[in-house]
Design a protein around this ligand. Structure first.
Ligand code: ZN
Length: 424
């Protein structure tokens, strides 16, 4: 195991430590290892073009596709005759590919000393290039793909303000923070439960190519301490390629239902059997929870299920009812409109967008009225005990436990290193 340890500046009392680990896979990391500090070395690229240019018999011209560019415009700029371009476009497949060029992509023309086009390279992304060789036999296409290098990193953050602000100060992207929040979304309400002093740590991956960061790989393991409660999630992919996040003892981090069917919302009215109705002004049980959110906010299916109602339902306005197996059903009211995929009888997946927040029916402002029923009885959506999603299947249990123990060992080593760094 090799690691580069680097410390980021402390800001606003926020303690941040990032550790970098080289290597393609954590799975090969011995469990009893100690960390050593060495810098990350990223491989140099020996491209085809480099080889060609070294021969001094070719010229390379490179163009970045700009908005409004067409293939013929770029060929023209490169000084390549139109008939050469038509040779390229003789193939229907080439034509389809090159009709869809996008601004920001790159085109390279490699010509001989005689000025003949030998090779045309269409660089769609750092990891994908379509290369066309102009030969006697015709134009031969070759698809060149590159695998980005995965660099494993560790980050630990103590929250001193909002989750996203603290994570941002720690150098974590919004995307990564969101992914982390989604892993723990069933245990922690990130809108309401976050306290100053909460802390989280992540082992995650970043994708690099030629020393440049392309983006993020997955989170491999995470811990979150929320208000003294400790949660750990381990990413696990079984031999069938199914991936999920599980607690170290193999329970799914997911529940069969989302606690809140909206990403960002605040509760504007709680479940209350003796509420005075704001419009009717008489005692009428509030059989659900109201979430205030801007009109148009996406509403998600709380669990896997089937649409049993999608239409206007009296004072509820535009309403969807989902049935989840025999026992559970959920109701979503006052919607502005339904997602176009929603029809009675359709099945939905947990988290799938079913419609949008609105103000239809008897409603005083844009909000979602959400009901949760167990065997037909209304329950408080905020406090009802949600059933677990499927745990690690029995046949993978042993494999998972070994993986989880390894990942927990790594978390412990990183946390100890981070603690030592912070103590300095
Ligand atoms: Zn309501």
């Amino acid at each position: 195991m090799t690691a580069l340890i680097s410390q980021f500046p402390k800001a606003h009392g926020l303690a941040i430590v990032l550790l970098f680990v080289t290597g393609l896979s954590l799975a090969v990391w011995p469990q009893q290892s100690r960390s050593v500090q060495i810098p990350i070395e990223l491989p140099e690229l020996d491209g085809l073009i480099d080889e060609l240019t070294n021969q001094e018999t070719v010229t390379v011209k490179e163009f970045k596709v700009a908005s409004g560019d067409t293939l013929s415009l770029i060929f023209d700029k490169a000084g390549i005759p139109a008939q050469t371009m038509y040779r390229l476009l003789e193939s229907k497949e080439h034509k389809r590919l090159l009709r869809a060029i996008q601004p920001g992509e790159t085109m390279k023309f490699i010509t001989s000393n005689q000025g003949d086009l030998e090779k045309f390279e269409y660089v769609l992304s750092p990891v994908l290039t379509e290369s066309f060789s102009f030969t006697q036999e015709g134009v031969l296409r070759n698809t060149l793909t590159r695998e980005p290098e995965l660099v494993t990193r560790y980050a630990e953050t103590i929250i001193d303000s909002s989750l996203f602000l603290s994570a941002k100060n720690a150098g974590l992207s919004e995307q990564l923070t969101m992914e982390m929040a989604q892993i723990f979304a069933w245990d922690i309400d990130f809108a309401l439960d976050i306290r100053k002093g909460d802390r989280f740590s992540l082992i995650y991956q970043e994708k690099y190519l030629d020393g440049e960061k392309l983006g993020y790989g997955p989170i491999l393991a995470a811990t979150f301490i929320n208000n003294g409660n400790d949660f750990t999630a381990i990413r696990y992919t079984n031999s069938e390629g199914e991936t999920g996040f599980y607690s170290p003892d193999g329970h799914s981090m997911r529940k069969a239902f989302l606690r809140t069917p909206l990403d960002y919302a605040r509760i504007s009215s709680h479940f209350n059997p003796k509420r005075k109705h704001p419009i009717l002004n008489k005692i009428r049980a509030h059989k659900g929870t109201d979430y205030a959110a801007p009109s148009g906010t996406p509403i998600k299916a709380a669990g896997d299920g089937k649409v049993t109602f999608a239409g206007v339902k009296g004072g509820y306005g535009k309403t969807i009812v989902l049935q989840h197996g025999q026992t559970y059903s959920t109701l979503y009211a006052h919607m502005r409109n339904f997602h176009k995929s929603i029809r009675k009888g359709k099945t939905v997946k947990q988290g799938q967008i079913i419609g949008y927040v609105g103000n239809t029916g008897l409603s005083t402002g844009p909000h979602l009225h959400y009901e949760f029923r167990v065997n037909g009885v209304h329950r408080n959506p905020v406090t009802v005990k949600l059933p677990d999603a499927q745990p690690v299947p029995e046949k993978y249990r042993e494999d998972f436990l070994a993986h989880a123990a390894n990942m927990q060992g790594q978390l412990a080593i990183f946390q100890a290193n981070a603690y030592a760094l912070l103590a300095e």
